[in-house]
Write a protein that binds this ligand. Structure first.
Ligand SMILES: [Zn+2]
Length: 195
């Protein structure tokens, strides 16, 4: 957890602002006894001030060592509070828009969906036995079919099928579902039979 905290807590701006955090305030913060504007001010300051960050880091270092050592009576924080402080600082980063963009671009690309495998989708799957589709026209037909079924997909550059698809011979064959996961413009398809 130490490394992770270091990453999270490292100030983005080395320039120090005027009002340093009082040791007592840091203690109150870690104990979760600081609220409102005061709490906000200290968290914000910790994000910018190298000096106070160092003090907090020392505090956190001791706190991480707490588990492996005999409890020290001068240790006034609790592990749980340290997590709370880390979470607050993450929140500040997010509010500051420094993490949120990265988060968005990393996660917005992943789409998961399930579609009933109807004849239109089957026809596209049965065009050939390729597991890796590179044919743009075929991919386009798939995207169009997705759109018709209410799954809006902006762009797919590649399709990866988990295993070859063969049409069920029986009219009374099991119902099939197409599991779709789209990540970084690649669509991963898997066919699942349901009762
Ligand atoms: Zn400071």
């Amino acid at each position: 957890m130490g490394k992770w905290l270091n990453k999270i807590l490292k100030p983005t701006d080395p320039a120090e602002s005027k009002q340093h955090a009082e040791l007592e305030d840091l203690a109150l913060l870690v104990e979760g006894r600081l609220a409102g504007a005061e709490r906000k001010r200290i968290l914000r300051h910790l994000n910018r001030c190298g000096k106070c960050y160092e003090i907090l880091q020392e505090t956190l270092k001791d706190a991480s060592a707490e588990g492996s050592q005999k409890p020290d009576p001068t240790v006034w924080w609790k592990r749980k509070s340290v997590y709370a402080v880390a979470a607050s600082i993450i929140m500040i980063f997010i509010i500051g828009g420094q993490l949120i963009e990265k988060y968005r671009t990393q996660h917005a690309k992943v789409i998961s969906a399930k579609l009933i495998l109807d004849q239109e989708l089957k026809d596209i799957l049965l065009e050939n036995n390729d597991l890796h589709w590179k044919n743009a026209a075929r991919i386009e037909r798939l995207v169009t079919a997705f759109h018709k079924k209410g799954l809006s997909v902006k762009q797919i550059s590649r399709v990866v099928l988990s295993k070859p698809y063969y049409q069920t011979k029986s009219f009374f064959g099991p119902k099939e579902i197409l599991l779709i996961r789209i990540e970084d413009n690649v669509a991963y398809l898997e066919i699942q039979e349901i009762e």
